[in-house]
Design a protein around this ligand. Structure first.
Ligand code: MN
Length: 197
């Protein structure tokens, strides 16, 4: 049972002009695919060969002898989650149950947006910014490189990829502009609400 590359949940040009089809050709078709292919090679013939992706992540997390497996498995999971966090015509203030939770935990959408963009902008080097449920507490956090909340028993609700490969073709070095666009134009709040359930 090999790990598979999921299709994008939208056409690769669906988020233009915010994220180009060329970015998705590389980001999904090359980077995400490479993580899937690398992982399948690494787990072949091991006790993780038939495990599901979350099990592979949890069993390799914190084990320095399995760092390659962890990095590729976590990147497969993070990217599959990230695609679902975006939709054409998304972004802006949330609707549904997450709206009240953000108001209660963050003091309103604008404060959440600032905290989320700051988390992404201040992640030094490669990584991810997240909205998560940690226990019963809604929190904004960031992780470095491939690290993922699910390795730490924390439930992800929303993520944005801040590796340069996520934005460089469309924004060059302007990571804050990419983050602003993500928050204002792309977040799929329906998906975030579905993750609360
Ligand atoms: Mn990426």
């Amino acid at each position: 049972m090999a790990v598979t590359l999921p299709d994008l949940p939208f056409n690769k040009d669906a988020l233009e002009p915010h994220i180009s089809s060329r970015t998705f050709e590389f980001h999904h078709g090359k980077h995400h695919k490479a993580y899937v292919d690398n992982l399948n090679k690494m787990i072949e013939g091991t006790d993780l060969a038939n495990a599901d992706l979350e099990t592979i992540i949890k069993k390799s997390a914190g084990d320095s002898t399995k760092a390659g497996i962890f990095n590729n498995a976590a990147q497969v999971w993070n990217h599959s989650f990230y695609w679902q966090c975006m939709k054409p015509g998304g972004g802006g203030a949330p609707t549904g149950p997450i709206a009240q939770k953000i108001d209660a935990a963050c003091g309103g959408f604008e404060k959440f947006a600032d905290a989320f963009k700051t988390a992404g902008a201040t992640q030094f080097g490669s990584g991810w910014a997240w909205l998560v449920m940690k226990g019963n507490e809604l929190q904004v956090m960031k992780t470095a490189n491939a690290d993922t909340p699910i390795a730490h028993g924390i439930k992800p609700l929303l993520t944005v990829d801040v590796w340069e490969h996520a934005y460089y073709l469309d924004y060059q070095n302007r990571r804050p502009d990419y983050l602003k666009t993500f928050v204002e134009q792309l977040i799929n709040w329906d998906f975030v609400n579905s993750c609360l359930g």
